[in-house]
Design a protein around this ligand. Structure first.
Ligand SMILES: Nc1ncnc2c1ncn2[C@@H]1O[C@H](COP(=O)(O)OP(=O)(O)O)[C@@H](O)[C@H]1O
Ligand SMILES: Cc1cn([C@H]2C[C@H](O)[C@@H](COP(=O)(O)OP(=O)(O)O)O2)c(=O)[nH]c1=O
Length: 205
C-alpha cells in the first residue's frame, strides 16, 4: 500500500513523518521522500539552488520520481510492504504549475502527461492544510528560505493542492495542520493502519 504525505512548506510534514516512524514501527514500513530518495535528488537540489530554468527543474523532479519508483517504491510494493512517502507526484502537480506559469500554455496537463504510463498512483494521500501566514511564520526568517517558500507562491501551491483533492476525493484526506502535532500524527497513523488492514484482505490489482 502506497501512502503519500503532501502539503506546503511549513505544514508539518517532517514533524509528522518523524512521529509516524515511531507510531507505525511494528508495520515495518518503507519511509521515503521526494526529492532525494536517490542520488538524482542531488541534481534537483542543485537546480533549485541555482534557479535553473523551470522546465529543466520540472524534468529533474520527474527524473527523481522515476528513479524513486524504480529503485525503492516498486520493489517494496512488490514485496507487499507499506510505503509512506514524504511528498510524491502531487508535489509536482501543485508546485510546478506555479513555476511554469507563463512558460507553458497548460503546465498541469503537461505534468499529468509526463507521469502517464509509469508513475504509481498512491492508495491514499494525506494533505496537510493550514493558513498561509501560519506556514510562513513556522518557516522562520525570510533570508534562510528556499525560493518556493514565500507567501504568494505558497498560497497558489495550496490552492493547487486543494484543487487536486477536490478532483480526487476518494484518494485525498485533508488534515487540519493547525491541530496539535500529536493529534495530527495519531489520526494519520490510525487511518494508515485501517487502510493496511483492509488492503491485506484485498488482493493487489
Ligand atoms: N501541528 C503543529 N503545530 C504547531 N507547530 C508545528 C506543527 N507541526 C509542525 N510544527 C512546527 O512547524 C515547523 C515546520 O514543520 P516541518 O515539520 O519542518 O514542516 P515541513 O516539513 O512541512 O516543511 C517546525 O518548527 C515544527 O516544529
Ligand atoms: C517533490 C517536489 C518538491 N518541490 C519543492 C517543495 C519544496 O519547496 C522543495 C524541496 O522539497 P523538500 O525537500 O520537501 O523541502 P523541505 O524539506 O525543505 O520542506 O521542492 C517541488 O517544487 N516539486 C516537486 O515535485
Amino acid at each position: 500500500m502506497l501512502i503519500t504525505i503532501e502539503g506546503i512548506d511549513g505544514s508539518g510534514k517532517s514533524t509528522l513523518l518523524a512521529r509516524l516512524h515511531e507510531l507505525l514501527a511494528d508495520l515495518d514500513p518503507l519511509f521515503t521522500r521526494e526529492p532525494g530518495a536517490t542520488w538524482v535528488g542531488e541534481s534537483v537540489r542543485r537546480a533549485i539552488a541555482e534557479r535553473m530554468d523551470p522546465i529543466t527543474e520540472a524534468l529533474l523532479f520527474c527524473a527523481d520520481h522515476a528513479a524513486h519508483i524504480d529503485t525503492l517504491i516498486r520493489p517494496a510494493l512488490d514485496e507487499g510492504r507499506l510505503v509512506v512517502s514524504d511528498r510524491y507526484a502531487d508535489s509536482r502537480f501543485a508546485y510546478q504549475p506555479v513555476v511554469l506559469d507563463g512558460v507553458l500554455p497548460d503546465p498541469l496537463s503537461w505534468l499529468f502527461r509526463i507521469h502517464e504510463g509509469w508513475s504509481i498512483r498512491p492508495d491514499r494521500t494525506f494533505l496537510l492544510v493550514l493558513p498561509i501566514e501560519d506556514a510562513v511564520s513556522r518557516l522562520g526568517p525570510e533570508k534562510k528560505r528556499e525560493y518556493f517558500e514565500n507567501a504568494a507562491i505558497l498560497s497558489r501551491v495550496q490552492e493547487n493542492y486543494l484543487g487536486l483533492a477536490a478532483a480526487d476525493p476518494s484518494r485525498f484526506v485533508i488534515v487540519d495542520a493547525l491541530l496539535p502535532k500529536e493529534e495530527v500524527a495519531r489520526f494519520i497513523a490510525d487511518e494508515i493502519r485501517a487502510g493496511a488492514r483492509s488492503s491485506r484482505r484485498r488482493p493487489r490489482a
